[in-house]
Design a protein around this ligand. Structure first.
Ligand SMILES: Cc1ncc(COP(=O)(O)O)c(C=O)c1O
Length: 383
């Protein structure tokens, strides 16, 4: 049965989403509210609500920036944009010192893939099975299973998919025709699956050996979600390019491509561009998200609560836990969809993934111990 909002949307919106059977009139902190109901949100609007909902620092930054300058394009240099780039580079440890701001995860990946092909003059991209990189032409071409919905008459480059954690396959696939390898260090849609460190090292080594570039897609795993600034930090890897989005603006649409100096030096004016990317509101919010993560010790919060969750979540239908930080997959003995519905009936919202047995958790980095306790108690209550 459709909810009242679903019925309203059905009037004119393209019906392309499978939706959750809940109403949400309001959101605050880590909670969604509907009438008298309060739901703990372990899904965070697809990993976007990094600071939860209605965070006072974000609201203040939004209002201040909107009043002083609502929008301006990249044709005019802005202090707020320079500051956001400075903050993001510093947050990422300074090892990828150039930033190109865009608007969505797919757009960041599209640009990374374009740069890889352009700079290397090569035409093959190696990607991972179960990987998800977006729905635009190039991003979808490297997304596992996209044949089912790709739609374009041809792909922009050759793509070879390799099984995750198969180092021998990586060594075979990455060759002199490979422009880049693109992968999520912790696969999101694929089931909050953290790649084996040995595999990531082998992937990077094979790329370096054949002159291919390494693109880390941290659209979902980035900006503190792994318990580190970026998940590549868990692997001791410095990629040539890193894309990030979702949590970056705390809910305001924005994304970024971080680049090595060597790659950025090969870009000329006019080769990349965007109207909305790097807009002043987005930039003010990027700086705010990063500042609050540092000020409030949110990386440590993620690490501590994630460790507790890992220990305690193997209960009820859950047989094991995978992933990192606040990108966790609860592998269940029975369909994740059923577990999701049963948790929702107990006012806890979780996600699913392309793995039918994995429930995905992507809560705000501001989650507290009491919310973990509530999830563990609800899981223990299920078969
Ligand atoms: C790892 C990853 N890359 C790219 C994307 C695409 O991002 P967007 O929907 O903002 O285009 C997603 C979205 O889920 C993602 O999880």
């Amino acid at each position: 049965m459709l909810t009242p909002s679903q019925q309203a949307e059905a009037r004119h919106l393209a019906q392309v989403y499978a939706q959750l059977p809940i109403e949400a009139d309001r959101a605050e902190g880590v909670y969604l509210y509907s009438g008298g109901r309060r739901i703990i949100d372990f899904y965070g609007g697809h990993a976007v609500a990094s600071l939860g909902y209605g965070h006072p620092d974000l609201l203040a930054a939004l209002a201040d920036q909107a009043r002083s300058m609502y929008f301006q394009s990249n044709a005019v240099a802005l202090q707020v944009r320079a500051q956001a780039a400075d903050d993001l580079v510093a947050f990422a440890g300074g090892r990828l010192p150039r930033v190109f701001f865009v608007n969505s995860g797919a757009e960041a990946n599209e640009n990374a893939l374009k740069i890889a092909c352009r700079v290397t003059g090569r035409s093959k991209i190696v990607a991972l099975e179960q990987g998800f990189h977006g729905r635009t032409a190039a991003a979808a071409a490297v997304t596992w299973g996209s044949q089912a919905w790709y739609g374009f008459p041809r792909q922009p480059f050759d793509v070879e998919f390799i099984p995750r954690d198969d180092a021998a396959a990586a060594a075979r696939a990455i060759d002199g025709s490979t422009a880049a390898v693109i992968f999520e260090p912790v696969q999101g849609v694929g089931g909050a699956y953290d790649l084996a460190p040995d595999f990531v090292a082998a992937l990077a080594a094979a790329a370096r050996k054949s002159g291919a570039l390494v693109i880390a897609d941290e659209v979902q795993s980035g900006v503190g979600r792994s318990g580190q600034p970026f998940a590549v930090d868990l692997y001791g890897l410095v990629p040539d390019m890193l894309t990030t989005a979702k949590a970056l603006g705390g809910g305001f649409p924005c994304s970024a491509l971080l680049l090595s100096e060597a790659l950025a030096a090969q870009l000329k004016p006019g080769e990349l561009g965007t109207t909305f990317g790097g807009g002043p509101i987005a930039c003010a919010l990027v700086s705010t998200v990063l500042r609050v993560i540092g000020r409030d010790g949110l990386l440590a919060n993620v690490r501590t609560l994630s460790a507790g969750l890992r220990e305690r979540a193997v209960t009820g239908p859950v047989e094991s836990v995978q992933g990192q930080g606040f990108l966790l997959g609860l592998r269940c003995r029975r369909p994740a969809k059923d577990v999701q519905a049963e948790l929702l009936a107990r006012d806890i919202l979780v996600g699913t993934s392309s793995d039918p047995k994995v429930v995905r958790l992507l809560p705000p980095l501001t989650l507290a111990r009491e919310h973990v306790d509530a999830l563990v108690a609800a899981l223990a209550d299920l078969d």
